[in-house]
Design a protein around this ligand. Structure first.
Ligand SMILES: CC(C)(COP(=O)(O)OP(=O)(O)OC[C@H]1O[C@@H](n2cnc3c(N)ncnc32)[C@H](O)[C@@H]1OP(=O)(O)O)[C@@H](O)C(=O)NCCC(=O)NCCS
Length: 358
């Protein structure tokens, strides 16, 4: 048992470690009742494929805590601690993930105590910072972390989503070459170029690149260019760990999906991408470490994204329906990188908020 607590709730709340054999079924119910909307009208459901801790399992240190009232699970939180580089220093960061409190037990302080207990665990693992991500419109989450617990917003990355057109490859410019890098080559580029421009650069980048979910890192260059422009990115296949599903959406989105289903073949003949059916579980390729150098690098970034699209489109399992890229705005709000990345606005969002607390 991690702790007992009865300050603001009439019934006794026990905070303890998650026990897979005992809690898995109840945990599914907690997740289901806490689905988080992408905005007021869209509901995105995460299917953890039967493994509630799938998102942290690959971290060197991780924990999942649950809040229990009687024999009932009413909340949960997950966390992991990782060594990262931050402003040229090696620090340890505790990541807060999957905080959930079921609706009837909200506003009774359970979310706060779950975070506090996780922070204690971070401290016992020598973490220097705690860090979490949420969305601009998640009032409860921002009220709790920023309003009450003293976290500060430090980044607003955009999540760009592009649908995959199964079986249909995009034609890449003939003057652009794309090469898959060996892990050692990728690691050295990351350490030389990406580390300096990334807050919280993971020190164990070699392990991330070697992880079984990592498909690889690609480099794009011009065959005939003396400006020395180049671009790189790495790809994870999320579909082996968890899938997503939209459960509620605005009418326009529903209509577009229906129309796309009916006219899918014609759209494909016209070279257009149909709206994928995101109402049944789907996996995605996650693009990270997008980095580019040189005056002509924009087209190279686009070509890399299209190359990944083609890999997803030719995946026979059809599991990957979208390609997701996370990009940061430049320090002066510059969104030139964002503009090079093919994405659908209606599927993307630029309202993520990353918050940190010492
Ligand atoms: C976010 C969540 C975990 C909060 O749990 P909770 O047990 O209600 O939180 P607490 O009772 O400890 O709230 C602490 C403070 O957070 C703020 N807060 C909580 N819910 C809020 C809301 N709906 N609107 C505004 N502020 C809110 C308040 O300052 C509150 O203090 P107060 O009740 O004294 O005013 C819960 O709403 C939830 O599960 N939401 C869905 C999942 C989710 O969004 N998770 C966060 C992902 S980062």
């Amino acid at each position: 048992m991690v702790g007992q607590w009865e300050e603001e709730v009439d019934e006794e709340v026990v905070i303890r470690c998650y026990d897979d054999s005992r809690d898995r079924i109840q945990m599914g119910r907690v997740e289901k009742s806490c689905e988080i909307g992408h905005d007021q009208q869209t509901l995105l459901f995460t299917d953890t494929l039967g493994d509630p801790i799938c998102r942290i399992r690959n971290s060197p240190f991780f924990i999942m805590l649950v809040a229990e009232v009687g024999n009932k699970l009413v909340g949960s939180i997950q966390g992991s601690v990782k060594p990262v580089e931050f402003h040229d220093k090696s620090v340890r960061v505790g990541y807060v993930l999957g905080l959930r409190v079921v609706p009837p037990y909200r506003r009774r302080g359970i979310g706060s105590i779950l975070v506090r207990k996780l922070e204690e665990w971070f401290e016992s693992h020598n973490a220097d910072y705690a860090y979490m991500a949420t969305q601009k419109d998640n009032e409860a989450s921002l009220g709790l972390f920023v309003g009450k617990l003293g976290y500060v917003v430090f980044r607003n990355p955009a999540i760009l989503v592009n649908p995959v057109n199964p079986g249909r490859g995009l034609k890449l410019p003939s003057n652009i070459g794309i090469r898959k890098l060996k892990v050692k080559e990728a690691e050295s580029l990351y350490r030389r170029y990406v580390a300096a421009t990334t807050e919280f650069f993971p020190e164990d980048i070699n392990k991330i690149l070697r992880n079984k979910l990592s498909i690889g890192t690609w480099l794009a260059y011009y065959n005939d260019d003396n400006t020395r422009s180049w671009a790189m990115l790495s790809v994870w296949d999320s579909s082996k760990v968890f899938k997503l599903r939209i459960e509620r959406a605005p009418l326009s989105y529903l209509l577009l999906t229906k129309v796309s289903k009916i006219f899918g073949k014609f759209l494909s003949l016209l070279g257009l991408t149909a709206m994928p059916d995101l109402f049944t579980s789907f996996g995605f390729y996650f693009l990270y470490g997008v980095h580019s150098e040189g005056p002509l690098c924009g087209k190279l970034v686009r070509a890399l994204c299209e190359h990944v699209h083609n890999m997803a489109a030719s995946d026979d399992s059809g599991a990957c329906k979208v390609v997701v890229v996370e990009v940061d705005k430049g320090s002066n709000g510059d969104d030139s990188l964002q503009r090079c990345i093919p994405h659908w606005k209606m599927l993307s969002c630029d309202d993520d908020m990353w918050c940190i607390c010492r």
